[in-house]
Structures are given as C-alpha cells and as structure tokens.
Design a binder for this molecule. Structure first.
Ligand SMILES: Nc1ncnc2c1ncn2[C@@H]1O[C@H](COP(=O)(O)OP(=O)(O)OP(=O)(O)O)[C@@H](O)[C@H]1O
Ligand SMILES: [Mg+2]
Length: 286
C-alpha cells in the first residue's frame, strides 16, 4: 500500500540518544535529518537539548525564537506555530530554548510528564489544527537520561545510538540499554534500538579499529555498516549555520551521513514491510 494524498501516515520517530556527552548526537541528528530530506523524505528535527546546537546548527538565531520545544512540552504550543523552515527543502526544525535547562524540575509535578512530547508528536491533527505530515521525526536528545530524554524515548519508535570510537565507548551503554528496557516495560512497548552508529572513526588510529571490533562483537547487526569518520568539515559546518551536507556535500563526513541515511531507510523498509505499514516519501518509489 502506498501513501495517497488524502491518507495520513504517522511519521516514524527516531530519537538520537546517548547519555554520554560529546559523542556526536547533534552532528548525527542534524546531518541524518538533512540526508533523509535530500533523499526525498519530509523531516522534522526536534531539538530537545537546552544547549540548542541543533537549532543554531541551521543558522536559526535563538534570540528570535518565540515558541520552542519548551513551549511544546509545557504550554501546549503546536508544531505549526513553533516550527522553523530551513534552507533544506523538506526539512523543518522545532528549535530549543534555554528555558529547557529548567525542564527537569518543572516536569516533575506535571501531569503525564513522560508523555508530553509523545502527545504532541503522535496526535493526528490536520494542518489547520497544528498537525503535520512528516515522514520522519528525528529528535536530538540532551546528554543525560533525564526526564527530557525519557520524553524522547517514550515518543520514539526507535533509537539511533551514536558511539564515539574511543577507549571508554561501551561504558555507560549498558545503562542506556537498561533504560530502554524500562521504558518498554512502563511506557512504550514498541520502542526498539534502530542501530548503533560509530562516530569520529580515525582510520590512522589503531584504537578506532579495536573499538569497532569490540562494538560489533557486542552488538552484532545492530551496528550500522556505515561508520562516520573524524572529519573537520563536520565540526566546521555548524559555525556557518549549515549542516555539513550543505556546507560541503563531498566531504567524507557528509558522504558518510548520506550513506547512513540510506542504510536507515533500508532497515525501515524491512521494518515497515514486516509490520505491514505503508512506505514513506522516498521509500514508496525505491
Ligand atoms: N565525525 C566527526 N568528526 C569531527 N568532529 C566531530 C565529529 N562528530 C562530532 N564532532 C564534533 O565533536 C563535538 C561533539 O559533537 P556533538 O555536538 O555532535 O556531540 P553531542 O553528543 O551532541 O554532544 P552533547 O552531549 O554536548 O550534546 C562537536 O564539536 C562536533 O563538531
Ligand atoms: Mg548535542
């Protein structure tokens, strides 16, 4: 079954999560979202981190933001009134605000505190009611297993886990895996780990290869074949307010993220076929 103009397919929601700081979550969320839209999917990138790196990474000035993911979670703001269009066709961003830094404490007493994001992202509404018609929602999570990250995991269908190729790469991952199990048991039985992506791989460094071997042995096929190389263009691009794929689409980092997006869509096709779900934007013609 294919998507028709009057049929609304719920988007697939992917949370980019790892409680460890600086492992490449935001770089992955920004460039994966961009690559998915370059392939033909309609994508919403949700910045759930008070640091706002996914927001500024698209050149969106935080000072000028009136509604943010904070307002979505706390003040019933709609996606339509919060969304920012980007220069990338088919890619919108829900910007974050510094107010999110107080979200942990504010969430504690809130009704349905774990479901706040899910309720907004998964309520089918018409565009006039503030609804949306995205094929994919990509959530950039903060570096913690906080209530905010919990909101992302409760909203998501699946998690993409960036893992930096460094000595302590696997440390803390068991904690993440346990959290996923806890979320599955208590809030979101359908949640799965979509895949683990190795980031900042340095082929001149033996350690990177050793970490890759360890991670593949431990996680097997869950690890994507695509490995993201350490590439200075990926770290330069945000200072120009551009995803690396737009800043320099030929650089090794950009090419790797396009390859990751293709791999993710391939897995998605399998998952959708298994669940008898219709294809999304680009996958229906693939
Ligand atoms: N493949 C890469 N090659 C070179 N630099 C990279 C790569 N991936 C990420 N970086 C750089 O490493 C730093 C951390 O990356 P990023 O911000 O994506 O991580 P993060 O997990 O989102 O961090 P945080 O936990 O603080 O949110 C950034 O300066 C980023 O530009
Ligand atoms: Mg980040």
């Amino acid at each position: 079954m294919n998507k028709t103009s009057n049929e609304k397919i719920p988007p697939r929601i992917l949370a980019v999560a790892n409680q460890k700081g600086g492992v490449g979550k935001t770089t992955t969320a920004v460039n994966l979202a961009t690559a998915l839209s370059a392939i033909g999917e309609k994508v919403l990138l949700v910045d759930l981190d008070a640091q706002g790196n996914a927001t500024t990474g698209f050149g969106i000035r935080r000072a000028g933001i009136r509604s943010s993911t904070y307002d979505i979670i706390f003040d019933d703001a709609t996606i339509a009134e919060t969304v920012k269009h980007t220069k990338v066709p088919g890619l919108d961003v829900l910007p974050s605000s510094i107010h999110l830094s107080g979200a942990e404490i504010e969430l504690v007493d809130l009704e349905r505190r774990e479901y706040r994001l899910r309720d907004v992202l998964r309520t089918p509404l018409t565009s006039a009611q503030g609804g949306h018609d995205y094929d994919y929602v990509v959530i950039d999570c903060p570096p913690s297993l906080s209530l905010l990250t919990l909101n992302a995991l409760v909203a998501a269908d699946s998690i993409v886990v960036p893992l930096q190729c460094e000595f302590y790469a696997l440390e803390g991952l068991s904690h993440l895996v346990k959290t996923v199990e806890r979320v599955k048991n208590s809030f979101n039985p359908e949640l799965s780990i979509h895949g683990v992506v190795l980031t900042m791989f340095d082929k001149r460094n033996k350690l990177s290869a050793m970490v890759e071997d360890d991670v593949r042995e431990f996680f097997g096929d869950t690890v994507y074949e695509t490995v993201i190389p350490r590439n200075v263009r990926l770290s330069e691009a945000p200072s120009y307010g551009l995803p690396a794929i737009v800043y320099d689409m030929k650089c090794p980092g950009a090419r790797a993220y396009i390859s990751l997006a293709k791999e993710i869509l391939k897995r998605e096709r399998k998952i959708r076929a298994g669940q008898n779900l219709p294809a999304t934007g680009s996958t229906q013609v693939a």
